[in-house]
Design a protein. Sequence first.
Length: 346
Amino acid sequence: MTAAGSRRGLGRRKPRKRATRMVLAFRWLAAGAAAPAAAASLLRATSADWPVLGIQLLSFVPWFTVPATAAFLLALPARSRPLQLLTAALLGVQIVWLLPVSASPAAANPGGPKVQIRAMTLNAELGGAEAEDIVKLVREQGVDLLALEEFTGGLEDRLAAAGLLSLLPHQVSHPRDGAGGAAVYSSFPLRDAGVIRGTGFTMPVVDLDLGTVNGAALQVVAVHCLAPVGDGLARWRSDLAALARTGTGSGSRPLLLAGDFNATFDHHEFRALLAGTGGGRELADVAASLGDRLIPTWPMRGYSLPGITLDHLVTSQDIGGTAYSVHRIPGTDHAAVLATLAIPVG
């Protein structure tokens, strides 16, 4: 071979080597992007009692669609059919979990008379939420029922000064310093029915008299489950299990669980609560039923984390839900969650 021919051969080999390196780089990048999405998929697909880190990762399952999409796009130029098929399947699984099948409470009891109420819940973050903004939202949204978590004596006084009792004159409150207190305010007469026993935070139970001729009543729980962090994981699970036993038995009335569950739809413990596993009532998450479950409710400030949905309005299947919305309130890292509920009469 002449010197010129040798140089032409080297020139052809260099582009081939660069192309090979590019293909390998795409394969490694696709695999790296797929790894966290695959880990999240394994956690989500298995209804196991995962440790704290697993529970925390499950909170962010919808966001793992981002690396799953990146993995699929990177696999396209990687010239590996198995890798392309694997990343496509992984992305497909993530997309399916974004749109879970959920029974709509609005369709559970289509016939018969109903009373409509506007319900709202808010975790006030150690009582720091701005009282004037809470009262303004209650007034503008026509709220009939308000459940507050992390309710303190200071917040109670500020809400009274801001005029909340002129809008919602009936109240059952259990103020506590720190995160443990809760309260329910209502435009309807209510009765204090105690608290959920054996929980880390106070969860008041109240019975609302909706005041119709044929009688309509609603049992409400202001929910605040302990966060599944550190040593709180076992308590978080037991709090959810205690909620599942609420309102069971003969003659059970319509039920609303409103508050901070510190759980998302991707936790099997929360889905078990909705399904009535273990003898509880079958329940519905209003946001999930209306296709709004991915609207974040936390963190609204203070943390550099993707938004997730920890706050819920959960109802018995005989209650209809519409007009779901989420609203920021200054002074707290949680959003207020609202919906219109249709309570059956009689």
